[in-house]
Design a protein around this ligand. Structure first.
Ligand SMILES: [Zn+2]
Length: 250
């Protein structure tokens, strides 16, 4: 594939991934974005355009290539602006060369769990193994609810993420990352898993919070089903749901 059509396919991928987040309730309106690294110091990122209609109606034109400061790589002025919270993406991509994609959005479930200090415990297993694994590994928390619009705040977020794959931004939202040829699919899958974990945790707390942690012998029987299943198959399912709902870009 030539570079221009590869970039076009990547913009379509990011746009559809934004639609998945919106359609699945992880982004309630216009807030949230996904980035995909295109070089050591550049990325495709969901920007704000003149006809902004919300994350679940993202178009490929909303996905622009910018440098880590948010300037357009082609140098051409446009009607699109990098998101205010670009430093979340830029500072994670800067300190995590293993990361190729970053998701940032505001799932209501994670917001509630964070505000009420509902612990994200490993209370379920095969129901959703990627979500169970997040609970078993522990989910780091960035304790500030600020708008991450300056590089120093982005560096705080990146430091709170550390080497983890997901981060709760308390009173704000989440950041998740992905790596490799299916980085966007992986980062979206982790965001969906974190949302499942938070939704179950909040509902358990509402019901009295009596669920016990998994015993070690059950944890030992939770295999890693692999990236092609966890990320690619799951993402294909969510694209099919978009198609069913008339929302898939092609
Ligand atoms: Zn945000």
């Amino acid at each position: 594939m030539d570079p221009a059509s590869h970039l076009g396919a990547s913009r379509m991928l990011v746009a559809n991934a934004c639609r998945v987040l919106g359609a699945r309730g992880l982004a309630e309106d216009v807030l949230g974005h996904i980035s995909l690294r295109t070089g050591p110091d550049r990325m495709l990122v969901r920007c704000r355009g003149p006809r902004e209609e919300g994350l679940f109606l993202t178009t490929p034109a909303d996905v622009r290539e910018v440098d880590l400061d948010g300037a357009p790589v082609d140098g051409e002025p446009s009607e699109w602006a990098a998101p205010n919270e670009l430093p979340i993406h830029a500072e994670i991509l800067r300190v995590r060369p293993d990361v190729d994609a970053v998701v940032h959005c505001h799932p209501p479930s994670v917001l509630l769990a964070g505000l009420e200090d509902v612990p994200l415990r490993p209370v379920f297993g095969a129901y959703n193994i990627p979500a169970a694994r997040l609970a078993l590994e522990g989910v780091p928390v960035y304790p500030r609810s600020v708008l991450v619009r300056r590089p120093e705040l982005g560096r705080e977020v990146a430091a709170a993420l550390g080497t983890a794959s997901v981060l709760v931004l308390r009173g704000h939202g989440i950041a998740t990352v992905g790596s490799g040829p299916h980085a966007v699919e992986q980062a979206v899958g982790r965001a969906l898993a974190l949302d499942v974990l938070a939704r179950v945790s909040v509902d358990c707390a509402r019901l009295g919070g009596r669920a016990e942690d998994l015993p070690p012998e059950d944890v030992a029987e939770l295999p890693d089903l692999g990236g092609s299943f966890n990320d690619v198959t799951l993402f294909r399912h969510h694209l099919a749901r978009l198609r069913h709902e008339g929302l898939l870009l092609r």
